[in-house]
Design a protein around this ligand. Structure first.
Ligand SMILES: NC(=O)c1ccc[n+]([C@@H]2O[C@H](COP(=O)([O-])OP(=O)(O)OC[C@H]3O[C@@H](n4cnc5c(N)ncnc54)[C@H](OP(=O)(O)O)[C@@H]3O)[C@@H](O)[C@H]2O)c1
Length: 329
């Protein structure tokens, strides 16, 4: 089958498009013929983590398509069902941390940037009816991560104020929409004036420049919750914008993993610092109910054919997008 895969040199230069072997199906698995897939920042990181001498890995965590084959023991779906891929492998029930053995599609197992994917049957989830194929294909990973970070970890309540740095990316646009739907006041940051204007149109209450003084732009107003996924470039400013007793949930580090941390400010502020990563199948289902109830759709940026992957990866790497980048297959 045709796929976007990584092989060889440990960088984005190792990404290629061509023929790869399709994974065989086991009794408890299904094969989905993919119609669409979605790019995530994770897809930029995997080529640096996949060993040079290992067999090729098909990239991609998000996708949507039609069930093409089912294993002998499968009862939850049938051939012809329209599904999205739950990229969270081996995390069924909500829990403080994922169980041992938890993995994500697209590394170390083959992913969604391909004509077919072989996955455990429970990871084929009915496609939300209010989404078209492209919207369904870019949904799961960022939206379920955003949902857990905001609600399970951040415990966001109506009437609170939340700050979302880098809110114009994939996860950020879900965070912004979910927080608004939950009745919060939502402040976002972006380096781009154009994207800040788009964020305001999407419902953000204030959109400030990531690279200028945040406290000044927010007239000194502090917030209850910050959801941090940018990392080193914004982390200090995020901590500084918390109310006393406020909470910061971190799940990403696009702009660097390492930060200096002012411990005194932290304990005097009685802040809560929480990590979060992905989400369980249970939270994915809660998120699907939530977006259906509030008629939330992904913010779509551009769609590309698999063979035009270089352009798509470059757009993500340069943060040129507003929302989600899709592949049509
Ligand atoms: N732990 C998990 O389970 C999990 C799940 C999903 C995502 N993540 C992580 O969360 C992060 C976001 O993921 P994503 O897919 O939403 O990424 P994305 O679509 O690439 O968005 C990242 C956004 O961050 C902002 N940004 C990047 N570099 C910046 C810098 N130097 N200064 C200020 N802002 C910067 C950009 O906003 P502007 O261009 O508007 O400034 C960009 O749109 C990534 O690090 C990803 O790995 C983790």
């Amino acid at each position: 089958m045709k796929a976007i895969y990584h092989k060889g040199v440990q960088s984005l230069e190792g990404i290629q498009f061509g023929e790869v072997e399709q994974d065989k199906i086991s009794d408890d698995e299904v094969i989905v013929k993919l119609k669409t897939a979605g790019l995530n920042h994770r897809d930029l990181f995997i080529p640096n983590r996949h060993n040079e001498n290992d067999p090729p890995i098909v990239l991609g965590s998000d996708g949507a398509g039609v069930v093409d084959q089912i294993g002998a023991d499968v009862t939850n779906v049938k051939v012809g069902d329209e599904v999205i891929i739950n990229p969270s492998l081996g995390w069924e029930k909500n829990s403080a941390v994922p169980p041992e053995g938890f993995e994500i599609t697209g590394f170390p197992f083959n992913g969604t940037f391909a004509e077919y994917i072989t996955i455990p049957a429970e990871n084929a989830v009915p496609k939300p009816k209010h989404l078209n194929w492209e919207e369904a294909g870019v949904l799961a990973l960022s939206a379920m991560t955003a949902y857990r970070a905001l609600f399970t970890r951040g415990q966001l309540k109506a009437g609170q104020t939340v700050l979302i740095p880098g809110a114009t990316g994939g996860a950020g646009t879900y965070l912004m929409q979910f927080a608004k739907a939950a009745g919060a006041t939502v402040y976002v940051t972006s380096r781009s004036k154009e994207k800040r204007q788009q964020a305001l149109k999407l419902g953000a209450d204030k959109a400030i420049d990531s690279e200028l003084d945040w406290n000044e732009q927010l007239d000194g107003e502090k917030v209850d919750l910050v959801i941090e996924s940018v990392g080193a470039a914004t982390f200090k400013k995020s901590v500084d914008q918390l109310k006393r007793g406020g909470t910061l949930v971190a799940f990403g580090a696009s702009a660097g993993d390492t930060v200096d941390f002012d411990l005194r400010k932290f304990f005097y502020g009685q802040f809560n610092l929480l990590g979060s990563t992905m989400a369980s199948a249970e939270e994915l289902h809660e998120m699907l109910d939530f977006i259906e109830k509030h008629s939330i759709k992904p913010v779509m940026d551009k769609s590309y054919k698999l063979e035009d992957f270089e352009e798509a990866f470059e757009r993500l790497d340069n943060a040129g997008m507003m929302g989600k980048i899709a592949f049509t297959i």
